[in-house]
Design a protein around this ligand. Structure first.
Ligand SMILES: *Cc1c(COP(=O)(O)O)cnc(C)c1O
Length: 403
């Protein structure tokens, strides 16, 4: 089929993308072309309240002016500087990240979530001299082979086997299972504080403190994956801070760069000192991403966004539980990371919300997930509640076939 170039209709634009795309993404029937704060616009100029936020990336909102300004200034000055040279902007970011949590003073910078997880896994094996990693059933840690080995979902794993050996999965929120799985060959326990992809399941305090105790007792490290829960999303800068945990390694990405790709690992004192050449990344710690992340950290602090996520998040979560109709099985979450489990597939509910100007994303087959910017106002939360009250009364009708 010959496509006209440049494409004229919206349908032709979508076909143009689909035609040369690898094909690994299930596409939604929307073309987004602009974002500002909590809003995004599609190619036809329709406005949406964005609770997808690039899968939870837009913690400070889309195209925050301070992030844009930081990027512009840094782009004019220096965009790339290898880790083998010092750089002033990177120095400032390392100083900020390395003083966020007492004890987690060292930082490795990468470019994505999965890379942060890979680095944490390597550091844990190196540090302990042990091979085994115990991760959670229903957990999600990324798509590269190491992170994928820690990820639970069979459909993501099975086509790529054999994966990295010595990964085991134990039931989330069941300490007994971890008591069984963790032994003197275990390098690390890896866990999300609130499982994101797996359906928005918060961990219990006893489970998390139990994992930490178990790790200490058996000489293993505790890795907390804060890629989705971090940067204020759950009401504190990091979700583990709700429980007074002292993890040995913390992975970050998503919200850290304000929309610019970045990943990071915070490294604690129980991790053995790392040596030159042990790990690395061409783009990791590049000044452009560092400048964006510095701007994000400023905004989070200046606008007190973690506190706001706690407040508006509780309001939205309680509201969703209150207005939910009979199709809803459960409302779960922490701060502005909220999942609503429905009795059927989530996709028709996502379409029905989009028709009402609200974008949300799925978490597994039957959870509707809301990951809005932390700048969300109560009035905006009310708009979500209004739409959800309508949508959740009965399973939505099948979409009408549009051209
Ligand atoms: C998104 C996510 C990842 C993977 O991040 P990518 O940047 O997509 O590689 C890993 N862990 C958690 C908890 C995530 O939510």
């Amino acid at each position: 089929m010959q496509l006209p170039w440049p494409p004229e209709t919206l349908r032709e634009w979508m076909q143009a993308e689909a035609r040369h795309d690898s094909g690994v993404y299930a596409k939604r029937d929307l073309m987004l072309v602009r974002g500002q704060g909590t809003r995004v616009w599609d190619a036809q100029g329709r406005e949406y309240l964005d609770c997808v936020g690039g899968h939870g990336v837009a913690v400070v909102g889309h195209s925050h002016p301070a992030v844009v300004a930081a990027l512009e200034a840094q782009a004019r000055r220096l965009m790339i500087c290898p880790g083998s040279f010092y750089n002033d902007t990177r120095a400032r970011l390392l100083q900020r990240l390395g003083t966020l949590v007492p004890g987690l003073e060292r930082v490795f910078l990468a470019n994505s979530g999965t890379e942060a997880v890979e680095a944490a896994l390597k550091f844990a094996r190196y540090s302990t001299g042990r091979p085994k990693i115990v991760a959670a059933k229903r957990g999600f840690h990324g798509r590269t082979l190491g992170a994928l080995s820690a990820t639970w979902k069979r459909a993501y794993r099975q086509p790529f086997e054999p994966l990295v050996p010595e990964f085991e999965h134990a039931t989330f929120n069941k300490l007994d299972a971890w008591e069984q799985a963790v032994d003197d060959r275990t390098a690390a326990l890896l866990v999300e504080v609130v499982q994101g992809e797996g359906g928005v399941h918060p961990a219990s305090a006893e489970f998390l403190t139990g994992l930490q105790r178990l790790a200490r007792e058996r000489g293993a490290l505790l890795i907390v994956d804060e890629i989705q829960t971090g940067m204020g999303r759950t009401g504190k800068m990091f979700a583990f801070q709700h429980y007074g945990l002292e993890p040995d390694l913390v992975t970050l990405a998503k919200g850290l760069g304000g929309g610019v790709p970045i990943g990071a690992v915070l490294i604690g004192p129980r991790v053995r000192a790392l040596k030159p050449g042990l790990h690395g990344s061409t783009f990791g710690g590049n000044p452009l991403a560092a400048a964006a992340a510095l701007a994000v950290l400023d905004i989070l602090e200046r606008e007190d966004l973690p506190a706001r996520a706690a407040e508006v998040g509780a309001y939205l979560r309680q509201g969703l539980a209150r207005v939910s109709g009979p199709v809803v099985r459960a409302v779960r979450g922490l701060g502005l990371m909220i999942g609503v489990e429905v009795r059927q597939k989530a996709a028709p509910y996502l379409r029905a919300l989009a028709e009402r100007g609200i974008l949300a994303l799925p978490a597994g087959m039957n959870v509707v997930r809301f990951l809005p910017p932390l700048t969300l106002t109560r009035a905006e939360a009310d708009r979500i509640l209004e739409a959800w009250a309508e949508v959740s009364q009965a399973p939505p009708a099948a979409p009408s076939e549009t051209g």
